[in-house]
Design a protein. Sequence first.
Length: 432
Amino acid sequence: MSNHRLTNCSRQLPIYNNRMLNGKRLLAVLTVWILAGCGDSTGWSQGSNSSSGDKSGKAADALTAYRERMKHEQSVHLTDSAQPDRDTTPATPSNDRRVVAADTLEVLDQFITPDQVLDPIRPQLTAWSREMPPSRYVDAAAELVRESLVEQVANHLIYRRASAQVTPEMETQIDLAVDKMERERIGREFDGRETAYANALVQSGRKRDEVRAQLRRGLIVETYLRDRLAPMIPDPTRKQIRRYYDSNREQFTTEEQRQLLMIDIPAAAFLDRSRVMDRNQAIALARRQARATAQEAKAALRAGRPFADVARQYSKFKAEDGGDWGIIREPLAGRWEKPSKRFFELPRGGVSEIIETEDSFFIVKCGEVTGGVTTPFVEAQPVIVNRIKSQKFRELKAEFLQNELNQANIGEIDAFYRRVLQQIPQPSLAGR
């Protein structure tokens, strides 16, 4: 099988020739990466100056030269003399090959399981399954699984080259990084409880040493890729930084929270069911009474009465709370949609006019307002530089990994991909 295209990369990036990396350089990259948080988007500015045109020019030249060289350079085949390290997964007997083909993916002489693909993205899938509509969740999950699968396969293919550069000095740093990643996962997914983590591994049929070996493999490959690709990423220009800031201003603005105060007067509260009259006449009469009540409430507010007192007298909902609906971050749904949208247009302390809907009358006031503060451009620049360079690294990494996948002769990846999709968390919003 010569082409396993499971991503949407628009370009294919042929891999490097097997040049030897400088061990001290690789150790430095690993150390910075560990201190930065084991793979987050920070740390790009280590030892660099985003305003340095000289460095950016060198990086751009390196990337251009790399692209040109790759146009003429033949791909490296997977028949190197170096043999891949064995995975910790137990070897499968030859008489059970049918089961292996169904439940695992063979890459060289190693096997990838669905858990290895899903573990790194399980928290994200679980969150999406609870938050997204089913159709949207299925599409998003399929793409995330596809990206994780490509990364796992390519990591197996790259690992033998990357691990050859690991020195004894680096082993200590790698162990520290794996310890940190494991602790962070236990804290994030299991509330810091070691026993809960151990039980989860037992239920999934995995051993802790196997999980740590997978973390170690990914760490070594990620460090290897950063050492190769990061020098090709130029510092963004001030114009690019400004464009990112203007296009993503919400990312630098704290979430605004508003206290909703509302007088709610539904017409239904004035229906006189004891009187015999035409239904339409009864509804019309109830609306007139509701409108008159809202006008009395508005007049009381104009006269200077506190909103809470007026709400206690006139509102049919939350009257005992003085019309206080608490903190909201976005407009409400249902019959409160129109007044809550108007509420978000008010300044702090502002009171609306009478808001009329099909069946009710409302008066809203904006109480306390917190958040909504935007970080100034000058202060946001270091964060933006990190994000732009991290995004560029992810793009180059995706191309690199896709190329590895395209050149590999591996098992039935499409069938395995479908098998992994069968094991993702089910959407919680199904049927809603």
